[in-house]
Ligand binder design. Structure first.
Ligand code: F6P
Length: 336
């Protein structure tokens, strides 16, 4: 394919970039890799894929990618490049080795698709080298500021929702209370969205302290109001613990109410990305390449109100994106 424009002719310095996925995988990461590779290819920029995130970078696991390397991955969950949570990269020594690899491969810009931990690493790498970094928000947790939604969140919530709908069938048949644990170590976005969309009675999120006695009272009240079942969505990082712990602590006070616990776990991380995640991946992968060609460094590209915005990387984790009180209140009003 003929390049759309030649970066050298246009006076840009970036001629070779690399892309990696890091941290927990998220549906849409493959679509984002594809967008980065094809967008770079269309502009005459060379692209390398880094296998297994920062771990692979330290070990020199880089390979040249072409438009054909990323054929047939758009609709697949996971990440074809693999991912890792790298301990070695947290040390200056580890990062030195990673930088050595980038310099050896003459890579001037790096696209990092991941969450806050991955961005902290990218920020440090850029400060310690001449390599520019651009982040693409990729985590099911939706806990980064600088974007309305992170890649994978929409798919993960839809997966949780499908499970909640199925649980409702059996909960209603047996007039039971269910404690359903969803992912979110320090963030309640998946919990809140799946609870509202799934018509849950209660949601427990890390952003709001949980009062077990009050929860027991509300569960009894739900049945007293004539409800046939009660769904309590618990974000894994809630201060009262996960769904098993909440059910244990609640159980004694639930005389007369049969209850069960379901943990959805890593099911939420897999599967084909939704339409929203594919479109987001296409836009942000392309925007990341544009940002590098524009000479940007240490920023994240994200979508806000349908527009692509660039946010200083550091802000994405320092300005914590908490679940809004307004939606927690909405949830409470509708759970009657
Ligand atoms: O990627 C985010 C996330 O799925 C969190 O919601 C969860 O707490 C964590 O990753 C689980 O990580 P791991 O797969 O390493 O156990």
């Amino acid at each position: 394919m003929a390049p759309l424009d030649d970066p050298r002719q246009m006076g840009r310095i970036v001629q070779r970039i690399a892309v990696l996925t890091s941290g927990g995988d998220a549906p849409g990461m493959n679509a984002a890799i594809r967008a980065v590779v094809r967008s770079a290819d269309a502009r005459g920029v060379d692209v390398y894929g880094v296998y297994r995130g920062y771990e692979g970078l330290i070990d020199g696991r880089l390979s040249h990618m072409s438009a054909r390397t990323v054929s047939g991955i758009l609709h697949q969950g996971g990440t074809m490049l693999g991912s890792a949570r790298s301990k070695r990269f947290r040390s200056t020594e580890g990062r030195k080795e990673a930088i050595r690899e980038l310099v050896e491969h003459e890579i001037e810009g790096l696209v990092v698709i991941g969450g806050d931990g991955s961005f902290r690493g990218a920020d440090a790498l850029s400060r310690e080298s001449d390599v520019a970094v651009v982040g693409v928000p990729g985590t099911i947790d939706n806990d980064l500021s600088g974007c309305d939604y992170t890649l994978g969140f929409d798919t993960a919530v839809n997966t949780a929702l499908e499970a909640i709908d199925r649980i409702r069938d059996t909960a209603a048949s047996h007039q039971r209370a269910f404690f359903i644990e969803v992912m979110g170590r320090s963030s309640g976005w998946i919990g809140l969205y799946s609870a509202i969309a799934g018509g849950a009675t209660e949601v427990l999120v890390p952003e709001r302290p949980t009062d077990i006695e009050e929860l027991q009272r509300r569960i009894h009240e739900a049945f007293a109001m004539g409800k046939q079942y009660c769904l309590v969505v618990v974000a894994e990082g809630d201060d009262a613990g996960g769904a098993f712990s909440v059910a244990d602590r609640c159980g004694v006070g639930l005389a007369g109410v049969s209850h069960r616990v379901t943990t959805l776990g890593h099911v939420q991380r897999g599967g084909a990305p939704s339409m929203r995640d594919r479109i987001l991946a296409a836009r942000l992968g392309d925007a990341a390449v544009t940002a590098l060609l524009d000479g940007e460094d240490r920023i994240m590209v994200g979508e806000i109100n349908r527009g692509v915005v660039r946010t200083p990387l550091e802000q994405t984790w320092t300005h914590i994106d908490r679940t809004p009180q307004e939606l927690l209140d909405l949830m409470d009003r509708l759970a009657r």
